[in-house]
Design a binder for this molecule. Structure first.
Ligand SMILES: [Fe+2]
Length: 508
């Protein structure tokens, strides 16, 4: 078996192993801004969800077995090292965690933001499809797990075009097979469990055809017996709500929960005796892990979990609220965050090296500021300033670069301090308490470790949730030509551990 460079292996399989997105690269910033602008303008006039009415109005049934394993991962398609590390783990026949054998999911749920920085056919291929296909190549001897996906805001940046082609046309992605025909879906699971994936286009109400889809399913497939729902969506609006209070995303979720899960109306507007209960809500979008729990008077627990550690850069956890007291389904209390608050706070200070981590943006700003300064500030003052900084008079090529370097370093430190200050202030100043400020200071760091995903074990009696972490991704690979299963293998250990003790949702 001949070993060769993993990048050649990727090209042989038709994709390019991409580096992680450099969000603070000026070219990247400009491209992203244009895509976001175009998508928000055209998204306002043409909602792709409205046209997805060809797919059947029926749920997908996965209740023929007594037990079912489901993997949940979100925010996947960024740099090759992180995305492939996670895809590789998902593809393994089993993972042994804390001595317990956890088999590969019969179903893989992708929780949004399958691709970065913005959706396009090529980006999906290079950053998502290629790595996932390589990690789990098509194999007739291994039963194909199903793959379902909800779109996140990054999937929406091309108006959902690429997402619809990739996930809703019954294609295969490696050995995973897709079967949803819309950007949302309902799965009937063993026992009285359902899993619903909804498409919440950013800054938009849930569309009529989608509401009709879930309404019809509830009317036709839910009987008198109490059913329990796992809801997947691409936005942890409950956390936004607590942090910002004014939040339309949570209002939309609350509307859906009340009207389409808890109190289903019939065509005449009367409430139908359907008994659906939301027990577990899963979201990505924020690239960390957080779990919140609420226990009602009968001792029944409900959970809300953010698990967005599938590939993209890490988000902080030290700003997450300890409790969310006034959600529609009760007060929720924080159980666990990953990485820890202390580690998250430590990482924040690495922004002091902003200039070194994000050299092009800092250099651009240094140049933009330096030119007018050089023209406007009298030469005597500049010479004096230079002497204060122990730099020689500034009239040679060498001193030009020295001046620019000093400007670069100073601006890097200023930006780094500003990001740290905004992050810290956002804990206390309501105006700054939005996700943008919290996460901005981590997008500059581009930390691609501290990954996480969920493995769920579903039986008629209960669901057990295993929250899993990978502290350190693999960055060195071996590629082999192997006819049976061409694979790229990690050369560094990919250790999977529990983030917190597995927790159970017992059926009523
Ligand atoms: Fe994301």
């Amino acid at each position: 078996m001949r070993q060769f460079d993993f990048k050649d292996k990727c090209e042989e399989r038709g994709f390019i192993a991409k580096r992680k997105v450099k969000w603070y690269n000026p070219v990247q910033l400009m491209k992203t801004a244009v895509k976001v602008l175009v998508s928000s303008i055209f998204g306002t006039f043409a909602d792709r969800r409205e046209f997805q009415t060809n797919g059947p109005n029926a749920p997908f049934f996965h209740r023929n077995k007594d037990e079912l394993w489901i993997d949940y991962i979100a925010d996947t398609g960024d740099g090759f090292h992180a995305t492939y590390s996670m895809a590789y783990l998902l593809a393994q026949e089993q993972l042994v965690v804390d001595g317990k054998v956890l088999p590969r999911g019969d179903i893989l749920i992708l929780g949004g933001d399958q691709v970065y920085p913005t959706a396009s056919r090529d980006e999906y291929y290079n950053r998502f499809r290629g790595p996932f296909e390589s990690a789990f190549p098509e194999n007739d001897n291994i039963p194909s797990p199903y793959m379902y996906a909800v779109p996140g805001n990054h999937d929406w940046y091309d108006g959902l075009n690429s997402f619809i082609k990739l996930f809703t046309q019954k294609r295969t992605i490696g050995n995973w097979k897709t079967q949803q025909q819309r950007s949302y879906f309902a799965l009937r699971l063993p026992g009285n469990w359902w899993l619903w994936g909804i498409d919440i286009q950013p800054d938009s109400d849930i569309d009529g055809p989608q509401l009709e889809y879930f309404h019809k399913i509830a009317l036709e497939h839910v009987g008198e017996e109490e059913m329990q729902v796992i809801l997947c969506l691409a936005d942890p609006s409950w956390v936004h709500y607590e942090k910002g209070k004014i939040n339309n995303a949570y209002a939309r979720l609350r509307f859906f929960q009340k009207r389409y899960i808890e109190k289903i109306k019939n065509v005449r507007g009367g409430t139908v005796a359907k008994r659906l209960k939301l027990r577990l809500t899963l979201a990505g979008d924020w690239h960390h892990y957080s779990s919140y729990c609420s226990v009602n008077k009968e001792g029944e627990a409900t959970y809300k979990i953010v698990s967005g550690g599938g590939g993209a850069f890490l988000h902080p956890t030290h700003h997450l609220p300890r409790e969310i007291p006034d959600l529609v389904d009760g007060p929720f209390y924080q159980k666990k965050v990953y990485p820890s608050v202390e580690r998250s706070q430590q990482l924040l200070w690495e922004n002091l090296f902003f200039g070194l981590r994000n050299p092009y943006l800092t250099l651009l700003i240094a140049l933009v500021l330096w030119v007018p300064m050089a023209l406007m500030v009298p030469s005597e003052m500049r010479v004096k300033g230079a002497q204060l900084l122990s730099i020689e008079p500034l009239n040679t090529i060498f001193s030009f670069f020295t001046e620019l370097l000093v400007a670069h370093l100073m601006i890097g430190i200023i930006i780094g301090f500003t990001l740290i200050a905004l992050n810290l202030l956002s804990a206390y100043v309501p105006f700054l308490s939005t996700k943008t400020w919290d996460n901005l200071s981590f997008s500059s760091l581009g930390v691609d470790d501290y990954k996480n995903f969920l493995r769920l074990h579903i039986t008629p009696d209960k669901i057990t949730v295993y929250p899993l972490k990978v502290e350190r991704i693999c960055r060195e690979w071996s590629a082999y030509h192997n006819d049976a299963a061409p694979r790229i293998q990690p050369r560094q250990e990919l250790k999977v551990e529990l983030i917190e003790e597995p927790f159970e949702l017992v059926s009523k």
